[in-house]
Every structure is written in C-alpha cells, then in structure tokens.
Design a protein around this ligand. Sequence first.
Ligand code: LMR
Length: 328
Amino acid sequence: MVKVVVCGAAGGIGQPLSLLLKQSEHITHLALYDVVNAPGVAADLSHINTRSTVTGYGKEAIDEALVGAHTVVIPAGVPRKPGMTRDDLFKINAGIIRDLSEGIARNCPTAFVLVISNPVNSTVPIVAEVLKKHGAFDPRRVFGISTLDVVRSSRFVYELDNSINPKNTRVTVIGGHSGITIVPVLSQIPGQKFTKDQLDLLTHRIQYGGDEVVKAKDGAGSATLSMAFAGARFTQAILGATVAGKTGLVESTYVNLHADEEGTAAFRAKTQLEYFAQDVEFGREGVSKIRPLPELSAYEQTLLEAAVPELKVNITKGTSFITDAPKI
Ligand code: LMR
C-alpha cells in the first residue's frame, strides 16, 4: 500500500497535481484533502483508468485523510497577487502549514513531506519544528519543492539555444525558492557558455519567473500548471527511490542540512545555514546524500553571498513561528 495525500487538492495547483499523480504507477491510494470540494475532485479523478484508488476528504476529516500516509504533498494555502512577495504570504500560509504538520505528526509521523506552499524558505522550517515538537522529525524526509526553478532554468536556457533538448538539460539550482535566494548554477551546464548579458537575463528570469506568471495572471494567482508539473516530477522521484528502490535519482531541493551531517558540516560551519537547496541524491529513506556545492563561477559566488543573509531571515522566521509561539 502506498498512500499519497495531497493537502490543498482542490486548489489551482492541487487539481492538476492530483491529475498527474493519478498516472503514477507507484501510488495505490491517492487521498485528496481540502477545506472545500475535495470529494468532488476525487470522484472526478477516480474514473481515470489507472490502478490507484482516489478518495476525498473535507475540512473535518484531516485525520482520516492523513492516516497511514507514505507521502504527503502540500500545495495548500493562498497564492500571490501582483506586487506581493512570497514572504507576504507568510501571515496566512504559516498557520495552515503548522496545522497540517500537526495532523502529519498525529497520523503519519514517518511520512515523506513535500512542501510547495510559499514561502517555501520558511514553511519547510515550520514543518520541521512541528515534527520536532512531537519527536517525529527526520531531516531525510522533509523537502521544499524548488523543482520549478530547475524546470524554468532548462526551458529558459533552451530559449537561448534551441539545439539542446530542455527535457534532458539538468541545471542545478541552489539556495532557496524566492527572488535572490534562487541561485542557478549555469556555469556547470555541459557545452554552454553565456555572455554577461545572457547571464544577467537568464538569472533574472529564473529568480523572478514566479513574478512573470503572477503578473500575467493579473490578480488570478500564481503558477499552478507548471508548479503542478514540477511537483509531480519531484514526487515521482521520491516515490521512485523510496517505493521502487531506484538509485541515481537526483533533484535540487530545499532541505534541512542535517539530513547529511557529514556531507554538509563544512558548509554549515561556514554559512551558519540549517536549510539550503542543493542537488540531493535519494534513497529508500529519502535523502541519501546532499551533494557538495558544485564549482561556482565568480558571478554565481556573488549571487550566493547575496542569498545567504536573506535565507537566514526566512529560516528564522519559520522556525520561530513555532518555537516562540505562546504556549496555551
Ligand atoms: C513560483 O515559483 O511560480 C511559485 O513559487 C509561485 C509564486 O508565488 O511565485
């Protein structure tokens, strides 16, 4: 039995994400949770002729939705409007993520938790702190999905060089998932050399790709379809490693660096960061190895230096939302 729960399944990301996950051969039970409309989405998807069973759960049925989950994917929460940063979503989304994490601690404390809800740089630490409170935190099992930055990177590079296949062009993206914390390592793409102008253009588009969509949607939200694509790709990689035992699966993802104590010791000592997006190798237990930082060009080194202080603020904000919360 492999039960995967989507929290926020009736929303803009949740619906296409659930549709893509319905096609996964690794999933036997797809459980859709949302405050409204999840049973309807579940009924609709349940007619698709793949093996998994689909069930839907409303607001009061959070425990039933989560119990026994192997993996929980969380796109729940509100999206940005033009003029907002991802951090502006903290006020609303932090509480939503905290409550879902409490549900995970009660019902499926060993589940793999994959967080899409923004601001990811802060919501991942919230999940971790709630699980820690319940003695259930395993840093190898909690992930911030920053895959859309990777997907955008390969697409935008392709727009400059049509001779590559964007599907097979992997770009490592390190740091976090917002603005200047997104650091694409373009210098390491085999066979590619960019001028300074191209680097500026690519880097800006990758760092602010989310804003491009927010602006185009003009008040109707942020990326949903490309985010669902990225979320499904990441979920499939986790399931491939943890369910099917596939080796060699690697994605850039935002994780707690204690998932690989030895491999990240020097980086943690140097930056004082506890969370960071980097290429991660997956195994049966989730993170099997956090790869060392790739070689960075001087350009990328400057980007990284700008990202670190901002990341620290984002991480502290998420962590202290739980650790400094008044005890009732
Ligand atoms: C994105 O990268 O498109 C998402 O994180 C949504 C957003 O607010 O930008």
